[in-house]
Design a binder for this molecule. Structure first.
Ligand code: ADE
Ligand code: ZN
Ligand code: ZN
Length: 258
């Protein structure tokens, strides 16, 4: 009986029935670390002051860490947005509880306002660093019916899991690289490529993730066993999304503080 309970608890925790973790700790840190490389001097100075010298990577998982505290329940819907394939975000009824676009806009407003307290700025800076990671996780621009793939059961090698979790961290964890290793082994980009990535609005970037999300649904079957082939198919996309997330987070921060 004791053994059964231990096995049950281990499987509950390892299957992540409690609090989905988004990109996972590594992915969010990668986004923060890459953003740090693209900050201008003014933004870097102001962020260092607000974060008491900590790095963007250090605070990148704060928005997930507070999920278990009921006091922060209102921020849960800010991690994602769901609307049907073939529909537009703008014409689909907006969630009254907020979504990732409204969340990012709120963070920018608080950070830009001269009336915001230091405490409010610190909180919304940490949230923004996290949400720019989530914005680039394709399943965070998902479908309500399966909660962004959380109810889309698949296998990852021999483990039972779901499609959302594969994208949050199963693929990246399979790489077994630290966040600094991933952040320093990004694709080498030309000036033109960086310029193209920096272009656009938060909503444009959200639609890029949406296109990837649709592609992922077209390539994945319910109950499918995903393994090496899936890594070959999508690992470059995943790495590129983390890189874009970092560069674009820096674009917003340079604009806010610069
Ligand atoms: N919960 C419901 N939909 C979700 C999504 N798209 N991403 C993360 N969590 C969710
Ligand atoms: Zn997630
Ligand atoms: Zn999140």
């Amino acid at each position: 009986m004791k053994k059964f309970i231990v096995v049950l608890l281990v499987s509950i925790f390892s299957n992540g029935l409690f609090a989905a973790e988004d990109w996972g700790k590594t992915g969010h840190r990668v986004v923060g670390e890459i953003a740090g490389k693209y900050l201008n001097k003014k933004a870097e100075k102001e962020i260092t002051r607000l974060l008491n010298g900590h790095s963007l990577a250090f605070v990148a998982n704060y928005a997930d860490d507070i999920k278990s505290d009921r006091q922060y329940d209102a921020f849960g819907p800010w991690h994602y947005v769901n609307f049907p394939f073939g529909e537009k975000y703008e014409t689909h009824p907006k969630s009254e509880k907020g979504d990732i676009i409204q969340g990012i806009e709120k963070c920018i407003t608080v950070l830009k306002s001269t009336n915001s307290s230091r405490e409010d700025k610190v909180f919304h800076l940490k949230m923004l660093i996290h949400f720019m990671g989530d914005l680039h996780q394709p399943l965070h621009i998902g479908l309500a019916e399966d909660k962004g793939g959380n109810d889309f059961q698949v296998r990852w090698f021999s483990d039972g899991t779901n499609l959302h979790t594969v994208w949050d961290y199963k693929m990246l964890d399979f790489y077994e690289m630290s966040y600094t290793e991933v952040a320093t082994n990004t694709d080498v980009l030309s000036k033109e490529q960086v310029k193209a990535i920096k272009k656009g609005t938060v909503t444009d970037w959200m639609y890029e993730s949406r296109v990837l999300c649709e592609d992922i649904y077209g390539h994945t079957e319910i109950g499918e066993k995903l393994s090496y082939n899936y890594m070959y198919l999508y690992m470059d996309t995943l790495r590129s999304q983390l890189q874009k997330g970092g560069i674009r987070l820096a674009v917003l921060l340079n604009e806010i503080f610069g």
